[in-house]
Structures are given as C-alpha cells and as structure tokens.
Design a protein around this ligand. Structure first.
Ligand SMILES: N[C@@H](CCC(=O)N[C@@H](CS)C(=O)NCC(=O)O)C(=O)O
Length: 240
C-alpha cells in the first residue's frame, strides 16, 4: 500500500500538507475526512490517528499525526528541494523558530476569528457578543504585527530569498480569517506582497485548488442533532 494522506481542505494544516505533497510530486492517495460530518471521530479514523484530528498520514503500516511532523517526514523521505527545510544551520533554525511559534500565535488567533465569524453562527442559538470578535481580532492583529516585524522583516520569504515550510505553514493559516471575512492583508502591504510571492512560488493554480473548499464553501448539510451538538461543544472549546 502506498502513501495515504487523510485530509479535509477546510483545515489549514491539511492544506499545507496537500500543497507540499502536490508541489513536490509526491504520490499519495487522498483520503477525505470531512470534519463537518464528524468523520474525524469515527472508529475507522481512530486507527489512523487516535488524536482524532486531521491531517494524518499512513505509509504502509506506519501512521503519523501532526502536520509539522508530516511535512518533515515527507521532506526527508522524498528528499524535497533544500529550500523547503534548508540544510544551512541558521536558515533551518529560522524555519524551526517559526514552526514552533505559530501554533499559539498565527494558528490560534487566525482560527478563532474564522470560527467566530464563519462557523459559530450556524451552530449557536444566540449570537456571540460583539466583544468576543473584537477581542479575537485585536489578538490576531497583535500576532500579525509580530509576524511582519520579527519573522518577515524586509525579506522576500521568512528565511530570505526562497520559500520554506515556514511560509507554507504561515500562508494557510492567514487565509483562514480571510475566508471568514476578515481581510488580514488590507492595510498590510508587506504581507500582501509576501502573499503574492508565496502564491507564485507554490503556483497559482495549486494554491487556488487547495483553497477552493475554504473560499467557496458548499452549503452546510443538515447534520444529525447529536453530531451538531458534538461539533458545537468542540467549537465552544476553541472560541472560549
Ligand atoms: N497540531 C495539529 C492540529 C490539527 C488540528 O487541530 N486539526 C483540526 C482541523 S484544522 C481538527 O482535526 N479538528 C478536529 C477536532 O479538534 O475535533 C496539526 O498541526 O496537525
């Protein structure tokens, strides 16, 4: 059995894995796991990832969770071009630095804005207080300022001249609040120019293909009440 990637492209870390595999011509079977149908909680999926989260990888009888671990596994196994995870000690450390920082920063704050703006209205009986969104946007703005000042500075990409895993992991996260209706690039010309460069380095078609489910979401299906309740509980955990 070849490489299998368990993905839902609505998810940021899934998009980074998908783009990376496609861009590098890594052969894999796309195994869809639809979050909005609760498929990540199925018994079948728990055999691939007991953590119940996407993305997940299966390579013969080896399974792996966590997008960063998956990206590094793919980079090493398929010996992808050096710029993705540079062999230069300090460039690699720059990538590691961003990948370590982003979980509780770009990812946490971008996801929260997206969930409050785009997902919560379909699940909650009463609208959230506007202060909730204001607070989330304020936190996200603080993180984006740090992203520009510390990680991007005046460079073309985070490590310098070429795209790396750090840029890939960053772009998929900042697209999430954008899809929720909060344009993170407005008033941030440095970030907007970086986005263009990242899109070009990935390839516009692949970038669009990976983001289409997020940018043009299909109407939500009618969910069974118990599943809706479970997803609502999860949502409240994330946006508290
Ligand atoms: N740190 C993990 C995060 C994975 C994650 O949170 N995935 C989300 C989708 S973006 C998920 O599967 N959520 C389902 C849940 O938490 O129930 C990674 O980078 O892979």
């Amino acid at each position: 059995m070849g490489l299998e990637l368990y993905l839902d492209l609505l998810s940021q870390p899934c998009r980074s894995v998908y783009i990376f595999a496609k861009k590098n011509g890594i052969p894999f079977e796309f195994k869809p796991v639809t979050l909005m149908k609760g498929q990540h909680k199925s018994e079948e999926f728990s055999k691939v990832n007991l953590l119940g989260k996407v993305p997940a990888l299966k390579d013969a009888d080896f399974t792996l969770a966590e997008s960063i671990a998956i990206l590094l596994y793919l980079a090493r196994k398929f010996k992808t071009p050096d710029h993705w995870y540079p062999s230069d000690l300090q460039k690699r450390a720059r990538v590691d630095e961003y990948l370590s920082w982003q979980h509780m920063a770009t990812r946490l704050c971008g996801s929260k804005v997206f969930l409050i703006k785009a997902i919560a209205p379909a699940f909650l009986d009463e609208p959230l207080s506007p202060a909730k969104l204001d607070g989330a946007i304020e936190d996200l703005n603080g993180v984006l300022k740090l992203f520009e000042e510390k990680f991007l500075q005046d460079r073309r990409f985070i490590t310098g001249q070429e795209i790396s895993l750090a840029d890939l992991v960053a772009i998929v996260e900042v697209m999430q609040p954008l899809a929720g209706g909060y344009d993170v690039f407005e008033g941030r010309p440095k970030m907007a120019a970086w986005r263009q460069r990242v899109e070009e380095a990935i390839g516009k078609d692949l970038f669009l293909e990976a983001h289409e489910p997020l940018l043009k979401p299909k109407a939500a299906e009618n969910l069974p009440p118990e599943l809706k309740e479970q997803l609502k509980k999860n949502l409240l955990k994330y946006i508290k």
